[in-house]
Write a protein that binds this ligand. Sequence first.
Ligand code: DAH
Length: 338
Amino acid sequence: MKEIKDRILNDLNENIKKVANIQEFQVLKSKFLGKKGEISNLMKEISKIDKDKRKEFGAFVNSIKKEAEEILEEAFLNLKKKLKEEEEKKNWVDITLPGAKRRIGYEHILKQTIREIYDIFSSMGYKIVEGPEIETTWHNFDALNTPDWHPARDMQDTFYIKDNIILRTHTSPVQVRTMLNNEPPLAIISPGRVYRKDEPDATHSPAFNQVEGLYIDKNVTVGHLKATLERFLTMYFGGSRKVLLRPSYFPFVEPGYEVDVDCMFCGGKGCNVCKGTGWIEILGAGLVHPNVLKNVGYDPDEWQGFAFGTGVERIAMLKHGISDMREFYKNDMRFLGL
Ligand code: DAH
């Protein structure tokens, strides 16, 4: 009898060592403890046993069963522990490693520049308006006192879409649109893209950005214009900027000026950037020509105003020390802070 017990339990102990997963465990368990398992089969032998020995035999088989159950129970716990450890090893992560840093960029420098201009002029009560990039020649030239025959039209000739429809050459037509749709007084700035038949180089691009400004009121003088530009350039470039108005010609203003700012690099002493002059040209401006006022139905005897236009790339290049305008359009990630 003892041999039977030893054989069964040794067999179980031997096999349990080879079990690698729950499925194999279940197969082994039913081989020993199942209805058709070895121990049940042994129990069936009871009929062949002498009646008076049956009780003893039953107790004997039950003792094998009990031990087998204990062995299996312990093996099951060990197996579960082992599988859990393997799983943990596989999924191990070093939680002390620093996390992946997400780089957060910022707006492109041109967008930032336009936003800064918004902020400065908003603080002076200006409203922001936008106009179309596809424009009529009337809004772009004629209404701005630049008729067909006018030589100034050549300086800004551009991409024609069809007769009388062009890509705007400047943001000045937004002056016309604003005045046609609004009663004076008014103060607006208008940023946007403009187009010219220019070869790209360090300071030219066939598409670039301008900001237009227009102020219409009663008794507006060049003094108002100068003070406004001084404030704008001081807030934009920092320090305390001086403005120089040099008489110039734009058909839609009278008088008209090229506007210089004192060089922020040398403080006006003269350097490479200002080519030794101490001044940097930065804007076109003037008092709105009476013909322009008449073209939009304003009475020039009652209303006057000033207007100005500047290149966004130009002032951004100066502020950020960028020497070639084409850099803005190359998708250089550094312009996005990345
Ligand atoms: N529109 C002009 C240009 O693109 C710039 C300019 C000059 C705008 C004088 C103005 C102005 O409003 O008064 O060259």
